[in-house]
Structures are given as C-alpha cells and as structure tokens.
Design a protein around this ligand. Structure first.
Ligand SMILES: [Mg+2]
Length: 349
C-alpha cells in the first residue's frame, strides 16, 4: 500500500505573493495586526532569519527588520484550498485532509513508479490551476511520506522506495518521529539517542525501559513500518441554493422559474471555485414539512447554468408534486471535478 503526502509550500504567504508580485523575492510574513499577533506563515526568504509560523510578530520584526507583513485573507485561502482539494479528489483515490493545504492520498496497490508519477501529475495540476507549488512524498506509510515531503521542500517530490524506509529515516533527528515530543527527545538525548537510526538499533528491553507499552510501536515507526491507512473524511461536499417561501407555492411553473435562478446561482459558485459537478439534485419541503429529494447523475460534469437547470427540472418532475403546496425548494450540485470540462459532442460514437 503506497501513500502520498502533499503540502503546499508556505501556503498563505505563497497565495499573497502570487496575488501581489511586488512581494516576490521578499521576506514576507502573513500575520494579524493585534499586539499579540503571531506569524501564520513566512515566505522562504524570511526563514533564514528565524521567522517561522507561531513566532510572535514583534520578535519576527526584530529578527528581520525588512519583513513585509501582510494581513491574512482567510476567505481567499479557503477558496484556493477548495480548488486544491478538488484536484486531490479528482482521481477517485481516498483523500485524507490534514489542513487547508495538506493531505494524504492513498495510492492502493500501484507500483512505486506509478505512484510517483501520480504524485508528479497532482503537483503539476495544482501548479497549473493555482500557480502554487506543492511538495510531495511517496512512501509505503503515512509517516515516511510526510517526512519525505517535509524533507524536499520547497517544490520537491521525494519517493522513498519500499524496503528503504529504515535507511531513509536513520540519519534524521528522533524528533522527526511521530509521537516524540520535546520532552521525550530530551530524555533520549541524555541516553545518547539522537537519530532515528540510534532508536531503531535499540533492543527490546531498552525500548521497553524507555517507552513502556508503547515500545513496539516506536520501534516499528523508527524502522519505517507504519500500517495506518488513509482515511477519507466523509463530509459530503456540495454547493446548493435554496429558498423558503413566505407563502406555500403550488405552481410548478413558478417553481421551475425559481430553479432557473438557483441554477444560475450554483453555476456562478462552481465557476468561482473552478469546479464542475456531475450530480444535480432538488430538495423539496412540502407544507406538511415532509421532505422529498431527487437527484440525477450527468453523463458529463458541467458548470453550465442551463444544463444544471434542465437536470434539476427533470428531478422536479420526478418528484410528482401534483400541485401539493411547497414551502422550500433547493437545488444542489455535488460530485465535483476540477476545472471546466471541454464540451464533448453529444452524439459521440
Ligand atoms: Mg503547507
């Protein structure tokens, strides 16, 4: 089982530099403006000065007087994040998000070479869609994949071939191992254990003395054995538009007209997020508060308002309201793919 870990380089700072090229090449920190503000993200130019995330801003300014401080634009970062995750999810592989700009993708039973080239293409797709660089690691387990992507930043791709995990980890500091916090690290330092390799060489009784019941797991991690699988979040991602009426509506022509509005609204959201949808559905709440949902899957993903409207209208007819009073009507699209699909011929053979 292979796993890839993806992480956008200096995410917030990179978005700011992308949107304001005058920041390019400068030491940039994204941070709030309160007196207690901390650096959220620093550009790579700021890092040699010791400027890093979570550092109090006043300290960052002291360490790097030429630091350009930019206020965060969370709404923009969230939009970009949605774009990036749509790319992660576009291959139908399991995706486990860790933060706005970081995720694992499960690559199943692919060969190492295949997995590596998938990671390469995902990086290229994100760069093409967002102008942001993503670093990636490919390995047989989550921890090694993450350490690999951290090790090749920025704009890198590092694959650790199955069977070479222990060798890759051996020279790294024990602090890089998951679950080894500063306290444990200090304890290990005292015992002369500074690298992951030192830890991997310990015998069972020394490990038990140091880690107790956790010793087997630590020893496996130190040798790069990590069987945790990629667990996709089950949040149903969708975009919708709905309306609750002041008076119950029985007129299907009026409902259809409203669907047309909602289709425009949803299409605009899809365009804004650079997505297309394959599922279109309607939600109808009747005056007696019972709810009906109908949905349909399109042969081709779309973001075209008219196509979405036609599909939603079809769902509305299938709901067979027969003049029943309606108090809420909603249109929802889901099953996204990134970008705008090319129009394919309707009668392609
Ligand atoms: Mg990142």
């Amino acid at each position: 089982m292979l796993v890839a870990h993806f992480d956008v380089d200096a995410f917030y700072a990179s978005v700011e530099i992308r949107d304001d090229p005058s920041l390019r090449g400068k030491a940039v920190a994204v941070a709030g403006s309160s007196r207690r503000a901390v650096v959220l993200t620093a550009s790579y130019e700021a890092r040699p000065f010791g400027v890093h995330s979570a550092l109090p801003l006043w300290r960052a300014r002291e360490a790097c007087p030429q630091l350009v401080v930019v206020p965060p634009r969370m709404a923009v970062y969230k939009d970009v994040s949605r774009q990036i995750f749509a790319i992660f999810e576009s291959r139908g592989l399991p995706v486990e998000g860790l933060s706005l700009d970081e995720a694992f993708i499960g690559l199943g039973e692919m060969t190492f070479r295949e997995a590596y080239s998938v990671a390469e293409r995902v990086r290229a797709d994100v760069l093409a869609a967002t102008q942001l660089t993503v670093s990636a690691g490919v390995a047989s387990g989550k921890m090694v994949a993450k350490i690999a992507s951290d090790s090749c930043k920025p704009n890198g791709l590092l694959g650790v071939e199955p069977g070479t995990e222990a060798e890759f980890l051996a020279p790294l500091s024990v602090g890089r191992l998951w679950g080894i916090g500063p306290k444990t690290k200090a304890k290990l330092d005292v015992c002369g254990i500074s690298t992951i390799g030192d830890l991997a060489r310990l015998d069972g009784s020394s490990l038990r003395a140091l880690f107790g019941s956790w010793s087997v797991q630590v020893s496996e991690l130190a040798r790069g054995i990590d069987t945790r699988v990629v667990e996709p979040q089950r949040e149903t991602k969708s975009i919708s538009s709905e309306e609750t009426f002041e008076y119950d509506v029985r007129d299907e022509v009026a409902l259809a007209e409203l669907l047309k509005e909602q289709a425009r609204d949803v299409a605009a959201s899809l365009e804004k997020e650079d997505l297309s949808a394959r599922t279109v559905g309607v939600k109808i709440k009747r005056a007696d508060f019972s709810t009906i949902g109908r949905q349909t899957h399109l042969a081709e993903p779309t973001r075209d308002a008219h196509r979405i409207y036609r599909a939603a209208l079809h769902c509305l007819h299938r709901a067979q309201l027969n003049g029943a009073p309606v108090r809420l009507l909603g249109l929802r699209v889901a099953t996204f793919v990134a970008g705008e699909p090319k129009q394919t011929a309707l009668f392609k053979r």
